[in-house]
Design a protein around this ligand. Structure first.
Ligand SMILES: NC(=O)c1ccc[n+]([C@@H]2O[C@H](COP(=O)([O-])OP(=O)(O)OC[C@H]3O[C@@H](n4cnc5c(N)ncnc54)[C@H](O)[C@@H]3O)[C@@H](O)[C@H]2O)c1
Length: 270
């Protein structure tokens, strides 16, 4: 089903690694809604993933860029405008990685070089994207810039370790840059806080299946899927949400407002 919600809009989608990625589902949805875009990912992910498959389905060009490199980002935003034929209307930052989580380090045994890498890749890169856009004047008025967050920015989750700080910082950057960019050029900046989702990044967190099931039982609507998230992103890229900015938008089936659910009471009473 398509409503041509994004007809005539141009953008960049970061972070499509494989068909489970939230960015992958988003690319398919944005394409179906009439948007045009370039796809990008870290050069190393190009070799591991299947982004070219997605690119041919969507008629998109792929431009490798490490989101922590200002040089790569400048080249990405310059080339994307050339390819797409003008300034951009949407950007999805769908990027997260913690070397500490990858290597199984506990929160009391952090490697601080890796900790800084987590913050650089998963949060500071969002600032770099926004600053690059501003310096190049790459965005149209009412352009929508989105990053993906997780509720561990507000609540403690033992196995999410340094990613919790990265998400708190990411949400803070959306507020601070949203204020600046909104005032200067009516650009809006938001984060979407998504339910646990079975992707490479999600499933890399130890105990993922347990907190996926827990969130599923706690949320009145159940967990939001990657497809649901892609639909929400399309709406956030559209003109129907042009006054929404500086928000962390919960996309979690109601999880964040629930105290306990009947399903969990029943389970724990046994
Ligand atoms: N999966 C979940 O449970 C969940 C829940 C809430 C939020 N999120 C967030 O959603 C976003 C997308 O993750 P996903 O679940 O689709 O997993 P994913 O593993 O498919 O995507 C993560 C992407 O980040 C990219 N990346 C890593 N380092 C990079 C770098 N230096 N430069 C550019 N790209 C880089 C990876 O190549 C990958 O494509 C992340 O921010 C993640 O934290 C995920």
């Amino acid at each position: 089903m398509s409503n041509n919600l994004l007809k005539g809009k141009r953008g960049i989608i970061f972070g499509a690694l494989d068909e489970n990625s939230i960015a992958w589902k988003t690319a398919l949805r944005v394409h179906a809604e009439g948007g045009t875009f370039t796809l990008t990912n870290a050069p190393i992910a190009m070799r591991m993933g299947k982004i070219n498959e997605l690119a041919s389905t969507c008629g998109a060009e792929v431009i490798p860029a490490d989101a922590t490199s200002e040089t790569d980002l400048t080249s990405l935003f310059t080339k994307s405008q050339e390819i797409l034929g003008g300034k951009l209307d949407f950007v999805l930052h769908s990027i997260g990685m913690s070397p500490n989580i990858r290597k199984g380090r506990e929160y009391g045994d952090m490697n601080y070089e890796w900790y800084l890498k987590t913050l650089d890749i998963s949060a500071l890169s969002f600032h770099k994207v926004l600053q690059t856009c501003e310096k190049l004047d790459a965005l149209n008025e009412y352009a929508s810039v989105l990053a993906l967050s997780y509720i561990a920015a507000q609540r403690a989750y033992p196995d999410y370790t340094d990613m919790a700080q990265a998400k708190a910082m990411l949400e803070s950057i959306a507020r601070s840059y949203g204020q600046r960019y909104g005032t200067k050029k009516k650009v809006r900046v938001n984060t979407i806080s998504q339910s646990p989702t079975r992707t490479t990044a999600g499933a890399g967190i130890s105990g993922f299946d347990v907190f996926f099931d827990f969130a599923q039982m706690m949320s009145p609507l159940g967990n939001a899927s990657a497809e649901d998230c892609a639909n929400y992103i399309a709406v956030m890229f559209s003109d129907f949400t042009r006054m929404v900015t500086m928000q962390n938008l919960m996309h979690d089936g109601g999880f964040s407002s629930a105290g306990i659910s009947i399903a969990l009471v029943d389970r724990l009473s046994k």
